[in-house]
Design a protein around this ligand. Sequence first.
Ligand code: CMP
Length: 138
Amino acid sequence: MELTFAMIKPDAVERNIIGSILQKIENDGFTIAAMRTTHMSKACAEGFYYVHKERPFFNDLTDYMSSGPVVLLVLKRDNAIARWREVMGATNPKDADEGTIRKEFGIDIEKNSTHGSDATDTAEFEISYFFSKSEIQA
Ligand code: CMP
């Protein structure tokens, strides 16, 4: 079993589709090992996305991610990191395959409804950025 970090972004929370996204997560065989809502400050979003700090979209991204509430999730499954990225689909909803979350719900490359860790080290960093070990169901 592997853990990954997922987030339901402000565009999806605002449109009341948290439940639809959680249903897809559970239908795919993930267990929700931890979950809570938060509203990130700009500084919190900058720390979370620090790997992108030199990218031209960093300021807009961190403004957007601190613009409203999000849902923070730790997901558990075999091959969870890669599988969650498949279930989400391509970063840009325009390029996402039929049946993926971003194809169905994403608005554009920024408002793409969900986030997921891209590797083991980023999953560890992102989980520990928001959750302590005692909050994660074994
Ligand atoms: P996410 O998986 O949360 O990781 C970084 C985010 O930056 C990404 O999803 C997109 O929402 C956002 N983003 C905005 N512009 C770009 C871009 N040109 N390339 C990649 N990611 C972008």
